[in-house]
Design a binder for this molecule. Sequence first.
Ligand SMILES: Cc1cc2nc3c(=O)[nH]c(=O)nc-3n(C[C@H](O)[C@H](O)[C@H](O)COP(=O)(O)OP(=O)(O)OC[C@H]3O[C@@H](n4cnc5c(N)ncnc54)[C@H](O)[C@@H]3O)c2cc1C
Length: 404
Amino acid sequence: MMIPYVQGDCIFTRISPLTKQYEYLTDDIETDVIIVGGGVTGAILGYYFSKRNIKAVLIEKSRIAHGSTSITTSLLQYELDSNAMELKSYTSIAIILRSYELGIKALDEIEEFIAEYGNTCDFKRVDSLLYTAKDQEKKEIAQEYKFRKENGFPVEFINQETNPFSFEVKAGVLSKGGGAQFNPYKYTHALLEVSCKNGLRIYENTEAVDVRYSEKLVTVETVFGHKVKGKVVIVASGYNTHLFTKKAFGTKTTTFNVATRPINNLENIYKGVVVRDNEDPYHYFRTTSDNRIIIGGEDINFLPDILNEELCMKSYDRLEQRLKNLFPKLNIEIEYRYCGAFASTDDNVGFLGKDPKNEKLWYCLGYGANGILFAVLGGMMLSKLYLGEVDEDLKLFKVDRFGA
Ligand SMILES: Cc1cc2nc3c(=O)[nH]c(=O)nc-3n(C[C@H](O)[C@H](O)[C@H](O)COP(=O)(O)OP(=O)(O)OC[C@H]3O[C@@H](n4cnc5c(N)ncnc54)[C@H](O)[C@@H]3O)c2cc1C
C-alpha cells in the first residue's frame, strides 16, 4: 500500500521557483556510493560525499525535495525535543550534553555552507526560545536553564518581568544564536547544485525497486529496469525504509503546520527567534523571509490514511486560533495548510551508520524534531567513515541502540 506521508498545500514548494529538474536514469551505471532519496537528507549526503571526492549517485523516486522536506518547518535548534531532565531516563546526561554540542556544530556547518556558496535559501541564524505560559511548568523550565547555563551554553532566563516578547511567557530559556531558519526546498537545491559541480550524479523520477547484495557489490534496480551498482547504499528515504529493512525506526505521529499570508507590521511585533513551547505535544513557530509566520504542532497518533479532511481541518483551525491568541495585534490570515508523518525516538536522536548485519547497507535517518541537523551530522560522519575514519560521536546514533 502506498502510504501518503505528506498532504496539503505545502508552503515551500509553492513559494519557491523551480530551480532545476534532473534527468531520470536511462542506463546501467556504476559508482561507489548509492544514495536513495532526494530530500534534504539525500542532498546533504550528496554534498559531503562529493566534497570529499567520493564517487556517488543520488536517485529520487519522484521530484527533488517534494517529500517530508517540502513540509518541514525548518526551525533549527541545537536542543532536543524533550528537556534534559525528561530525557535522563532514556539516555545519559553526558550524551544529552554531547547532543546539544553536536546540534551547535551542525548549525555552524550550515552557516559555513551559506558563507561559502551564498545565501540562496533565506537562511537566518537566530536566537531560540523554549518557554511556558503555565505556572506549573516554571520549575521545569528553570531546571533546563540551570542545566544549560552550568554546562556553558549561552542562555538567558526569562520571566514575566523580563519578558521581551509580545506573548505571555511565565518562564523561558533564550539561547543566543542557538537556532536558525531557512527555506528547505531552496537549501536542498543549493546543496545539489554545488554537489553536481563536485561530481555527484543525480536522477529524479528514478525509484529504487529492488536491492541485492553480493560479496563485493550492492545493486539497486530502478523502476524502468536500469541498475546502479556501488560499494555501499545509503538509505536517505525518510520514513520509507521498507525496501531495505523490516525494522521499524521510531514512533510515527501525524503533525500539522499552517502558514500565514505575509504580514505587514510583523517585524515590529515579532522578535526574530524560533520558538517552541513546553506543552506535550508541543507547538513551534518561526517567521519566513517574506514576513509570514509558520506554526506547527497538534501531533496525533499516526494516520496511515491522513486524507481525513475533517480531522485535519480541526487541527489546522486549532493552530490558527493559537496563533491569533499569541499575536492578537497581527492580522493573521492562513494561506497554507499541510500535514504529514513525523517520527520520533525515545532519546530524541536519529539513526546514522551501518546496518549491524550488513556492511554495505548504511542509514541516514533524521528522525526527531532536529532531523535536518542530524542529517548534517550524518553527512559529515558517514563521508568520513567511508574514507576509513570512525567518528566517536557516531555511536550516539547507532542503528541498533534500541535492539536489533
Ligand atoms: C511537519 C514537519 C515538520 C518538521 N519540522 C522540522 C524542523 O522544524 N526541523 C527539523 O530539523 N526537522 C523537522 N522535521 C523533520 C524533517 O522533515 C526531516 O528531518 C526532513 O525533512 C526529512 O528529510 P528527508 O530527506 O530525510 O526525507 P524526505 O524529504 O521525505 O526525503 C526522502 C525522499 O526519498 C524518496 N524515496 C523514498 N523511497 C524511495 C525509493 N524507493 N527510491 C527513490 N527515492 C525514494 C522520497 O520520494 C523522498 O523524496 C519536520 C517534519 C515534519 C513532517
